[in-house]
Write a protein that binds this ligand. Structure first.
Ligand code: SF4
Length: 449
C-alpha cells in the first residue's frame, strides 16, 4: 500500500463482543483504503474502542484515551464507555468524537472528518469475511446485541439496549465465510445465547436451501454443517437449553457450555435479579451430564455481593462441590457506576470479599485439578494455537481461548504441528489448569490403560 494512504491507529479494549465491533470498524476502514498502523507516531488519527463494564475497565479505557491523546493528539472514542460521554469529556475534553457500541457510522464519519479516505480501485486487501483480531484459526461469532434481563449489577442493557437477534441465515453465511477463510473454531457470543431469537419470534430463514429457525438449537444444527468446532458461550440454564445437549453427544457442537451462574444462594440470586430457576440448576446439570457425560461446564461467579452472609457464601461452596464444574472464573463484587446493586444495603467489607474469593478459588482449584487428572490416559482432539520452542500449545474441546486451560504437547515441533491443526493427543499428565501430552506415543510404550 502506498505511503500516502491515510493511516489509522486502533486500540481495542473490552470483551469479545467489543472485539467484534472493532473487527467491523477495522474492516470498513480497510475497505475504504485506510492503512491500519501499530504505532501512535505513524497514525493520522487513533480510534479507541472502550469498555465500561466495571469501574476498573472504565479506568483502563480513560487511561488508554489519555495515552493516545498524549502520543498522537487526534483521538476518536467509541464503545461501551461512549454511552457516558460526560465522563469522557470531563477527563479528556479534547477527544474528537464519542459514540456508543455498534455505532460504526459515527466512527467512520469522525475518521473521514480528520483524514478523508483515498479511493484506490486497485486495492482489494479485505477478505470476504472481513478483518479479524483473533488468530486465523478461530473467530468470535456475534449472534445478537443487547439483553432483555436486568441483572442488578450490570449496566449492559442500559448501554446496549434490549436484545436484537441477527437473522439466523445472516449468522450462518458469516460463519460459512469464516470457515472458508481458514477458521476451525467458531465461538458463539452474545449477552444471553439461550435467548437468541426470542425478539424475532424465532423467525424461520433459508440457508443452503433449508429452513432454519432463529433459535439456538437450529443455529447449532446449521453451524454443525460447516465442519468447524462450535463453542457456545453465555448460555443460561433454561429448559430449552436441554435440546442442544444431544447435539453435543452426537459431536455436532463441542461438549462445552459456558454458563454464568454468578451465585448459588436463591436469596442472593434474587437480589442479583438473575434469570433462570436456580433451584433446578443442579438437577439440570445432572441431566445434561446423563445425556453427554464428557461435557465441560464453565462458569463465572461473584463473591461478596451486597448482603452476602457467611452462610450464603458457604451455600456457594457447597454448590461447587455438588456441581463439579470444570472451569470457573470468579470476581469479588465491585460496584459498577450506574448499576442498581449499588443501592443495596450491607456491603461486604473488602477484606471479607478478598478472603471469600481466596477460599472460593482454592475450593474450585481442587475440583478442576481432579477433573483434569481424570483425563490422563485418554486421547483428546486438540486444536493447535501456537508453537513455543519444542512445544505445541493447543486447546482440547473442553477449553475456550483466553479463559480456560491449555494442552502442552511436548513433541509438537518434532511432529511438525502448526497453528490451526487439529490432532489427537495422548494425555500424559495434568495440573490444576493444563494438560500435558504427546502426539507420537506408541500404545505399547504407554502401558496398560
Ligand atoms: S444477563 Fe444480566 S449480566 Fe448478562 S448482560 Fe443481561 S443484564 Fe447483564
Amino acid at each position: 500500500m502506498s505511503k500516502s494512504n491515510p493511516r489509522v491507529g486502533f486500540v481495542s479494549l473490552g470483551c469479545p463482543k467489543a472485539l467484534v465491533d472493532s473487527e467491523r470498524i477495522l474492516t470498513q476502514l480497510r475497505i475504504e483504503g485506510y492503512e491500519i498502523v501499530a504505532t501512535y507516531d505513524a497514525a493520522d488519527v487513533v480510534v479507541v474502542n472502550t469498555c465500561g463494564f466495571i469501574d476498573s475497565a472504565v479506568d483502563e479505557s480513560l487511561d488508554a484515551i489519555g495515552e493516545a491523546l498524549a502520543e498522537n493528539g487526534r483521538v476518536i472514542v467509541t464503545g461501551c464507555l461512549g454511552k457516558r460521554p460526560d465522563e469522557i469529556r470531563q477527563a479528556h475534553p479534547e477527544v474528537l468524537s464519542i459514540s456508543g457500541p455498534q455505532d460504526y457510522a459515527t466512527v467512520m464519519q469522525a475518521v473521514h472528518a480528520v483524514v478523508p479516505p483515498k479511493h484506490d480501485p486497485f486495492i482489494d486487501l479485505v477478505p470476504d469475511y472481513g478483518l479479524k483480531l483473533t488468530p486465523k484459526h478461530y473467530a468470535y461469532l456475534k449472534i445478537s446485541e443487547g439483553c432483555n434481563h436486568r441483572c442488578s449489577f450490570c449496566i449492559i442493557p442500559s448501554m446496549r439496549g434490549d436484545l436484537v437477534s441477527r437473522p439466523v441465515d445472516e449468522v450462518l453465511r458469516e460463519a460459512e465465510k469464516l470457515v472458508r477463510g481458514g477458521v476451525r473454531e467458531l465461538l458463539v457470543v452474545s449477552q444471553d445465547t439461550s435467548a437468541y431469537g426470542v425478539d424475532v419470534k424465532y423467525a424461520e430463514r433459508q440457508w443452503r436451501e433449508r429452513s432454519y429457525a432463529t433459535r439456538m438449537k437450529s443455529l447449532c444444527e446449521g453451524l454443525s454443517e460447516l465442519g468447524a468446532w462450535t463453542r457456545l458461550h453465555y448460555v443460561y440454564p433454561y429448559p430449552h437449553v436441554d435440546e442442544v445437549i444431544p447435539l453435543m453427544a452426537e459431536g455436532k457442537v463441542l461438549p462445552y457450555l459456558d454458563v454464568p451462574f454468578q451465585h448459588a444462594s436463591p436469596r442472593i440470586l434474587k437480589l442479583m435479579k438473575r434469570p433462570g430457576a436456580v433451584d433446578k440448576t443442579l438437577e439440570r446439570i445432572k441431566r445434561w451430564r446423563d445425556i453427554c457425560p464428557e461435557m465441560a461446564i464453565r462458569s463465572t461467579f461473584i463473591v461478596g455481593f451486597p448482603g452476602e452472609t457467611e452462610a450464603e457464601f458457604e451455600e456457594l461452596l457447597d454448590f461447587l462441590d455438588e456441581a463439579q464444574l470444570d472451569r470457573v472464573g470468579a470476581f469479588a463484587y465491585s460496584p459498577v457506576h450506574g448499576a442498581h446493586a449499588n443501592d443495596l444495603p450491607d456491603a461486604v467489607p473488602e477484606e471479607i470479599k478478598a478472603e471469600r474469593l481466596e477460599r472460593f478459588m482454592a475450593r474450585q482449584a481442587e475440583i478442576s485439578e481432579q477433573r483434569l487428572a481424570a483425563k490422563v490416559g485418554t486421547v483428546q482432539s486438540v486444536l493447535i494455537d501456537l508453537l513455543d520452542g519444542e512445544l505445541a500449545i493447543g486447546r482440547s474441546r473442553f477449553d475456550a481461548p483466553e479463559i480456560d486451560g491449555l494442552v502442552q504437547i511436548q513433541d509438537g515441533e518434532a511432529a511438525g504441528l502448526k497453528p490451526g491443526d487439529i490432532v489427537d493427543v495422548r494425555i500424559m499428565g495434568s495440573d490444576e489448569h493444563d494438560l500435558f501430552g504427546l502426539v507420537g506415543v506408541d500404545e505399547d510404550e504407554f502401558g496398560d490403560d
